[in-house]
Design a protein around this ligand. Structure first.
Ligand code: C5P
Length: 407
């Protein structure tokens, strides 16, 4: 099988750590796979390996100076940022991880990371237990939440002679991660997708609401994954604490009725709707316009049913491809299948939210993809971004197989 790397433009950003010498082997492998590789180096990286090494391997000028213009007179690293399919940062040192997490822009590496719309793969490496320091852990988590991908580090003998977590992933492993990321490259180009995320909030009075435990992480991961694959994404989001993924059009909603209105407004502008939002089934019949005060008596709230938004769209004679979620506690696949049929969906993502380490609030999810036609696909426990990509693989296949000629 031909490698997905063939013909791709990859930028490799080298930072100042002893593992920088191994990146020469990574770059060489990528070049041999027929990628066009541009190397960027921090000043510190050049203490470990010379720019000449990478220039000789890539047959291309190495980016070291943020003020350098290219042949067309454009700032070189900005033009590069716009043209690449992937940015790999290796070794991603503690210092560069911190600078990336804080959005600093003080050298070619941090500048290209801020400027590029391409996915970013970090390969951290550092000595002396630094990787376990809460400051580093937090920075890595922040970057992952923003959609950066991470490979390694591995445990083993470190340059200092200490043993621990901090070795750069082997070049083979980094190449495999690069291939996996490029595999999806732009396979959803031009597809218009609406993703909903988060838990709706149904007001009781101006300061209180009925909510649920949805963090929005799954919907945000789908939005990000779809953007990485070239889709035009509208993210209809209930309030969450998550930063908006880059390059999505975000529509803020609070209640189920607002969510329905937003989706109906998008109906003839999208090819796919992925309803990952946790929609409240009930709302307060008549929310108070002023804050409810204690009265010493019991308080009874009257709730009325919210419309089933996705079922309403599924019942229309014509509608975009519809994906729903069935977050259940201990339910069976049959119930998910019944829900899929009842709501007129093309695919339902079934997950048991009572399982430890998966579902609400977690960064991981363990789901089964249940299509209207074809066999269910049981996925292992995976980061939500990986679940998102597996789901989008099915969406792509369904778009290709259907009369919807968007792909
Ligand atoms: O809550 P339930 O299990 O029925 O949700 C299954 C799917 O239906 C989810 O995708 C959810 O977002 C959607 N839903 C909806 N409108 C509701 C309730 C659920 O669109 N009122």
């Amino acid at each position: 099988m031909t490698s997905s790397v063939v013909g791709c433009r990859i930028a490799v950003a080298v930072c100042g750590g002893i593992a920088a010498y191994k990146v020469a082997s990574l770059v060489s492998q990528l070049v041999r796979l027929d990628a066009q590789v541009d190397v960027l180096m921090t000043e510190e990286a050049k203490r470990f390996v010379s720019a000449l090494t990478f220039g000789a391997l890539t047959h291309r000028a190495v980016h070291e100076d943020p003020w350098q213009l290219d042949n067309q007179g454009e700032i070189a690293h900005i033009a590069l940022a716009r043209s690449i399919d992937l940015l790999v940062v290796a070794p991603a040192t503690a210092h560069t991880l911190a600078r990336l997490a804080h959005g600093l822009a003080d050298d070619v590496v941090t500048l290209i990371a801020l400027a590029t719309p391409a996915p970013v793969l970090l390969a951290p490496a550092m000595d002396a237990g630094m990787y376990g320091h809460p400051a580093v852990t937090e920075n890595v988590t922040t970057l992952q939440q923003r959609g950066y991908h991470v490979v390694g580090p591995r445990s083993g003998r470190l340059a200092s002679g200490l043993t621990g977590l901090g070795r750069l992933a082997e070049p083979d492993e980094i190449v495999a991660a690069v291939e996996a990321l490029l595999h999806w490259r732009r396979d959803l180009a031009g597809v218009r997708i609406a993703v909903t995320a988060g838990g709706t909030q149904e007001p009781i009075d101006p300061v209180r609401f009925i909510g649920n435990r949805s963090s929005g992480k799954m919907g945000y991961a789908i939005a990000q994954a779809a953007v990485e694959r070239g889709a035009n994404v509208t993210l209809v989001s209930a309030p969450t604490s998550l930063p908006a993924p880059p390059r999505v059009t975000q529509v803020a909603i609070q209640t189920a009725l607002e969510l329905r209105e937003a989706l109906h407004g998008l109906l003839d502008q999208v090819d796919v709707i992925i309803q990952a939002a946790a929609v409240a089934d009930y709302r307060v019949a008549d929310p108070e316009t002023t804050k409810i005060k204690r009265s010493g008596e019991a308080l009874v709230l009257e709730l009325v049913e919210n419309p089933d938004i996705i079922a309403g769209i599924g019942a229309l004679p014509q509608h975009p491809l519809l994906v729903g979620f069935a977050a259940e506690t201990g339910a069976h696949l049959d119930e998910a299948r019944a829900k899929l049929r009842r709501k007129g969906l093309d695919l339902i993502v079934f997950n048991d939210v009572s399982k430890q380490g998966s579902g609400f609030g977690s960064d991981m999810n363990e789901v089964t993809l249940v299509p209207a036609r074809g066999e269910p696909e049981v996925l292992p426990l995976l980061p939500k971004l990986d679940v998102a990509h597996r789901l989008l693989d099915r969406v792509r296949d369904m778009l290709q197989a259907s009369a919807r000629s968007v792909l």
